[in-house]
Structures are given as structure tokens and as C-alpha cells.
Design a protein around this ligand. Structure first.
Ligand code: TYM
Length: 342
């Protein structure tokens, strides 16, 4: 079951979520996940993680990875994640994730992993050459969440299947060892912009790995780049419709309306009330202005933070210490239940 943040805020709970340090964060990451992470930190106990062990499931250049970990951390802080309120760290600095990940490799079944669509997409035709890590990626993701007994996981729509697997692993573990040790975490998926699509193809997801930079708005793009990419974004010749139903079959128009709603913090209906009947020549400049208004301060602040590597490393080190203090007792409990410890 998916919930919105406001539905979840009535419960007591712990939030965990992660982002891969592979290249720049883009508007999809921001609207689909990070914006929600920022909002949740006022009401929840939040743990946010730069998942570098997930990044190495595909080849990485060491110096670039080192830089990306800092860039993504700076980008999260610039977006509003406050290390004084939330725990912010990189995954490899807390060994308990990988350790529980191995244990979950011994709980999850091949059949469950064989169903994962993200592996199929990422491995592509050359499956035999994919790493074992890419295949077992979701068991590590389950460990990330469950090693903190997190109850809610704010993610974009593309992570829903991995969250279902996490729940299956939690249930299977509890049943195998006759315990109630793990909660079954709920995904928190935004109503608008849960799946931001490419600016060049309304049927494929905006993604860091797309070879064309014109398909995405990076949180590091300049105001000129943002305006140019929106101007060139694929559309159809019709003006925007007055109702959501009429937007359904128009993938590119739907995407741009969703992006506008996500950036403005309003509903898609509100966007159509304002722009229904108007052409893209009128809508796109307004969208570009709004995108610049939201993103430009993030990119300026990120560059300011990146001038001091020492300060970013200190945030990550302190976050790792706090995270390890939370995960160590859970792993200890797991080992005791399994007979790995006296
Ligand atoms: P990653 O790094 O691909 O993306 C980070 C977050 O951004 C969301 N997202 C999007 N949302 C809307 N539209 C898009 N086009 C879009 N692209 C990305 C993702 O859904 C995600 O929430 N497997 C995860 C990282 C991870 C994780 C975890 C997440 C590892 N362990 C534990 C939650 C809990 C991933 O690759 O996200």
C-alpha cells in the first residue's frame, strides 16, 4: 500500500531513504524523492543515505565516485536536508548494511529476484555480463531499510517493486525465525511527479544514465540551460486541455504539467485551471521561470558547499557514527535470533 507523507505523519515511525552517487541529481530525484525527504524531517526520525555500495554494482571510476559522493551530499544539504535534524551518511561507512545484505541473500529466493524489472532494464541484453551485485541489489536495499527497522520509505514510483521485495524479506525472516523483529515498511510515494519522464520522450523515465543530457534537468544546470532544455522539450501541437482526463493520452504534456505541479507544490488540476486552453508557447516560459526559481538556489548553495570538502566529509563521518549506533544493535539482534551469536 502506498501512502502520502501527510497520511504517514499521524504515526510514529522512522524514515529511511537513499540515493545513488552516480552523476548529477536531476529533477526526477528532486520532485520524486528529495523534496519529500526535506518535508518529512520535521515530523520524523529520518535517516538519509548516499548509497555508494549500490553505485558499484556497475563499474565506477574511483576518483569520480569519491567526487560524486561529496556532490550528492552537498546537493542534499543544498536541497534542504539538515544534518542537525536528519542522519546523513554514505552507506559504505557503516558495515552493517553489507552484513545484513548478505544475510538477506540467504533469505530472498531466486524467483523473487528474477521478477525485478530494474535488473532486467539495467542488465539489458548482456545479462551474462552483469555483476552478481546488480542482481542482488534489492537485498542490499532491503538491508539498508531494515537494519534501522525503518517504517516508511519515501521514494519515486520506480522503487515500488524493490520496496515490495523488502516487505517480502521482512515477512519471510520473521516467519523463518518466529520473531517480530522486522517491521514491514511502507513506501511513501508522492501524488504528483512520482515518475518524472524524459524531456525528449514522455514514455521513458528521466534518468541519470540517459546518454543525452537534454532529456533531464540537472540540479546543477544554469538558468540558461534550464530555460533552453524546457524550450526544446518535446510537446504536441495542441494547447493544454482543461481537464486531467484529456491529458491522459498526451505523455509529454502530462509530464510538463506534472513537473509544474511538483515545482509549484500544487495539483495538476490547479495547473490546468491556470493554463488550460493555452499553448506551449505560453506555458513553457512560465515553467522555465518556475524551474529556475526552485533549482538555481540549490545549485548555488551546492557549489558553495563543495568549496569545502573537509566540511562535507565531517558531515558524512558524523552521520555514519550516528547511523552505526542505530544499526549495530539491530544486527546484533538478528545474529542472536539466527544462532550466529550466543
Ligand atoms: P536512485 O538513486 O535511482 O534515485 C533516488 C530517488 O529518486 C527517485 N527517482 C525518481 N522519481 C521520480 N521520477 C524520476 N524520473 C526518478 N528517478 C529517480 C527514485 O525513486 C529514488 O527514490 N535503489 C535506489 C536507492 C536506494 C534506496 C535504498 C532507496 C538504495 N537503498 C533504500 C530507498 C531505500 C535508487 O537507485 O535510487
Amino acid at each position: 500500500m502506498t501512502q502520502t507523507a501527510s497520511q504517514a505523519s499521524g504515526n510514529q515511525g522512522r524514515i529511511f531513504s537513499g540515493v545513488q552517487p552516480t552523476g548529477n541529481l536531476h529533477l526526477g530525484n528532486y520532485l520524486g524523492a528529495i523534496k519529500n525527504w526535506v518535508a518529512l524531517q520535521n515530523d520524523f526520525d529520518c535517516i538519509y543515505c548516499v548509497v555508494d555500495l549500490h553505485a558499484i554494482t556497475v563499474p565506477q571510476v574511483p576518483d569520480q565516485l569519491r567526487q560524486s559522493i561529496r556532490e550528492v551530499t552537498a546537493c542534499l544539504i543544498a536541497s534542504g536536508i539538515d544534518p542537525e535534524k536528519s542522519v546523513l551518511f554514505n552507506q559504505s561507512a557503516v558495515p552493517h548494511h553489507a552484513e545484513l545484505g548478505w544475510i538477506f541473500n540467504c533469505v530472498a529466493r531466486l524467483g523473487w529476484l528474477n521478477r525485478m524489472t530494474q535488473f532486467k532494464e539495467k542488465a539489458g541484453k548482456n545479462r551474462e555480463n552483469a555483476t552478481v551485485g546488480l542482481y542482488s541489489y534489492p537485498t542490499l536495499m532491503a538491508a539498508d531499510i531494515l537494519v534501522y527497522k525503518a517504517t516508511h520509505v519515501p521514494v519515486g514510483d520506480d522503487q515500488k517493486q524493490h520496496l515490495e521485495l523488502t516487505r517480502d524479506i521482512a515477512v519471510a525472516f520473521n516467519s523463518m525465525f518466529e520473531t517480530e523483529l522486522f517491521p514491514t515498511p511502507e513506501p511513501l510515494i508522492q501524488k504528483t511527479a512520482a515518475r518524472v519522464m524524459s524531456l525528449r520522450d514522455g514514455n521513458s523515465k528521466m534518468s541519470k544514465s540517459d546518454t543525452s543530457d537534454a532529456t533531464r534537468i540537472n540540479l546543477t544546470d544554469s538558468a540558461e540551460e534550464i530555460a533552453r532544455k524546457i524550450k526544446k522539450a518535446k510537446t504536441d501541437p495542441e494547447p493544454l486541455p482543461e481537464t486531467i482526463e484529456l491529458l491522459e493520452a498526451r505523455a509529454e504534456a502530462r509530464n510538463l504539467v506534472g513537473i509544474y505541479a511538483g515545482l509549484a507544490g500544487c495539483s495538476q488540476e490547479d495547473v490546468l485551471t491556470e493554463f488550460g486552453g493555452r499553448g506551449f508557447g505560453e506555458f513553457k516560459p512560465k515553467l522555465a521561470d518556475l524551474a529556475v526559481e526552485v533549482i538555481a538556489p540549490i545549485s548555488t548553495e551546492m557549489n558553495r558547499l563543495l568549496a569545502d570538502h573537509g566540511a562535507i566529509d565531517a558531515v558524512l563521518a558524523s552521520g555514519a557514527e550516528q547511523a552505526a549506533a542505530l544499526s549495530e544493535p539491530v544486527l546484533s539482534e538478528v545474529k542472536a535470533v539466527m544462532g550466529l551469536k550466543g
